[in-house]
Design a protein around this ligand. Structure first.
Ligand code: PGA
Length: 258
């Protein structure tokens, strides 16, 4: 079952992280693009490592697959060795960027302020943003899940206009579920998605909240995606490990169609 709100088309996005190589990427993109023909009820996206973006873009030409980057600098340009700017992404035709992934927040220490700046500069450049948020296990055990999600959301979206909200997708990814094989139950995810949508309504308005896609991420597999997608407020999935091979990713896309 997909979302009852027809305006929110489900999205299944693959976050490849720092995995794959040219050969496996060609195979994966080829198999996924032919496997989704006739399955237009679900949007599909790939988030490859930076260096592969141009060739993934080329390989996805003529398909409906959206290609985005896993990160971008909060700086516009200049002496920032090793960084990639939003204008560079735009220059090569990348339409979308993932911001605030838990590995960026927790492994690389990205701050709420940096994430806020990244969202702002990406929107300013005309890109679409997939903004990730979610609590750690400790925060959940301390009863702080809602407070953490509220803070991550309200700081990242500070100053974002109602018009620009239409270019934002959220991804709720409990940190304890990412790469662990421990998926949130549909009930756990439902509670947070509903809460996050309420926060969005408070920051913007009801129609903005209702039309924003909120993906779930964290150990999504073919055998749990249908249950997750049966939750009215879950509008798709951000998939890590299971997005690296067509044999695990295609069944997720299929499962998302109900
Ligand atoms: P996972 O990763 O599916 O491997 O848990 C999800 C993510 O990090 O986006």
């Amino acid at each position: 079952m997909t979302s009852p709100n027809n305006s929110r088309k489900p999205l299944i996005a693959g976050n490849w992280k720092m995995n794959l190589d040219r050969k496996s990427i060609q195979e994966l993109v080829g198999a996924v693009s032919s496997g989704i023909v006739g399955r237009g009820a679900v949007d599909v996206a790939f988030f490859p490592p930076y260096v592969y973006l141009p060739e993934v873009l080329r390989a996805c030409e003529g398909t409906n697959i959206l290609v985005g980057s896993q990160n971008a600098s909060e700086q516009a340009s200049g002496a920032f060795t090793g960084e990639i700017s939003v204008s560079m992404l735009k220059d090569i035709g990348i339409p979308s960027v993932l911001i605030g992934h838990s590995e960026r927040r927790h492994v690389y220490g990205e701050t709420l302020e940096q994430i806020h700046r990244k969202v702002a500069i990406a929107l300013e450049a005309g890109l679409q943003v997939v903004l990730c948020l979610g609590e750690t296990l400790q925060e959940r055990e301390d009863g702080r899940t809602e407070a953490v999600c509220r803070e991550q959301l309200s700081t990242a979206l500070e100053g974002v206009s109602r018009v620009d909200l239409t270019r934002i997708t959220l991804a709720y990814e409990p940190v304890w579920a990412i790469g662990t094989g421990v998926v949130a139950t549909p009930e756990q995810a439902a509670a947070v998605h509903l809460y996050v949508r309420g926060v969005l309504a408070g920051l913007f308005d009801d129609s903005g909240a209702q039309s924003t896609r909120i993906l779930y991420g964290g150990s999504v597999k073919a055998d749990n995606v249908t249950d997750l997608m049966s939750v009215p407020d879950i509008d798709g999935a951000l998939v890590g490990g299971a997005s690296l091979a067509a044999k695990s990713f295609l069944p997720i896309i299929e499962g998302a169609q109900g």
